[in-house]
Ligand binder design. Structure first.
Ligand SMILES: [Zn+2]
Length: 282
């Protein structure tokens, strides 16, 4: 018997394989439920477009009020991950772990961030650990990184938990407003949020790529997404001009991916009101 068969110790790997298969089976059925739960909303978005769908939601302005979804009772401009399970303020993958120092400083200053968070099960932390050749638990590495950053900048640090051990986002919001949180409005689907407002195009598009890799990978919805049920990149813009510019940026990402990733979007209601008023005035 060749050494890699492991001889008499075969029972341990077989046992753990069965356990893994069981876990995989459980998480697959949970994924199907999480996927199915969003079918109705995603169907409306696909048929009518996100802008039309958003108009049917009451109090859309609440999605642009970071006070409504604070990281704690005090903190509302917390730098959090792009992860759709932990949205609470200013968004960047791994709370900015993957940015250069200059990019992070720009994000921190321009966003007027009031705190920094880490979270459990961070995909960006894994990328950070690999990039820097760090062994050890990526979550612990992320915690330490965020704690040190917070200390250096003199702001509070927060740790956030996730509600599911896998990703179920059907959307990646590409936010040009810097104030968006889907949790502010019931009916907006959970999504990754890439904070385009405070990051340059290159870093932002790289994060969109991370979201796509995660959601089509083992920790995401994988095979449940297809041409009929595409992953949606949704521009969230302050005005029509910005909408067109940001959609154009995303086209660079989707052109090689076929129809399983589509682009959509909507404009913040505040701006829509102002446009309406100026149209009436004219
Ligand atoms: Zn994360």
């Amino acid at each position: 018997m060749p050494p890699w068969h492991g001889g008499g110790r075969g029972s341990t790997p077989r046992g753990s394989t069965m356990k893994n298969m069981e876990t995989m089976h459980n998480s697959n059925s949970e994924k199907i439920v999480a996927f199915e739960n969003q079918q109705e909303i995603m169907g409306k978005i696909r048929e009518d477009g996100f802008a039309e769908y958003a108009k049917t939601l009451p109090n859309m302005a609440d999605a642009f009020d970071l006070e409504k979804n604070k990281a704690s009772s005090e903190l509302h401009r917390c730098i959090c991950c792009m992860d759709g399970r932990t949205p609470c303020g200013i968004h960047s993958a791994g709370s900015g772990m993957l940015l250069s120092d200059a990019e992070f400083n720009k994000l921190f200053e321009e966003s007027e961030a009031d705190s920094i968070s880490s979270h459990t099960g961070c995909g960006a932390a894994k990328i950070y650990a690999e990039r820097n050749g760090l062994s050890g638990d990526p979550d612990e590495i992320a915690k330490q990184w965020a704690q040190e950053k917070a200390k250096e900048l003199g702001v509070p640090y927060v740790h956030l938990e996730v509600d599911k051990p896998f990703h179920y986002e059907r959307v990646c919001y590409y936010d040009g407003t810097g104030n968006f949180n889907y949790k502010g409005v019931k009916g907006l689907p959970p999504g990754f949020v890439v904070g385009r407002k405070f990051m340059e195009k290159g870093a932002s598009l790289a994060e969109v790529g991370v979201a796509i890799n995660i959601i089509f990978g083992d920790h995401g919805l994988g095979g449940l997404l297809n041409e009929e049920n595409p992953f949606v990149l949704a521009v969230v813009a302050d005005n029509q001009k910005e909408m067109e510019e940001l959609k154009k940026e995303l086209e660079e990402v989707v052109k090689t991916l076929g129809k399983k990733v589509t682009i959509n979007g909507f404009i913040s209601p505040k701006e829509e009101e102002e446009t309406k008023i100026s149209r009436i005035a004219a």
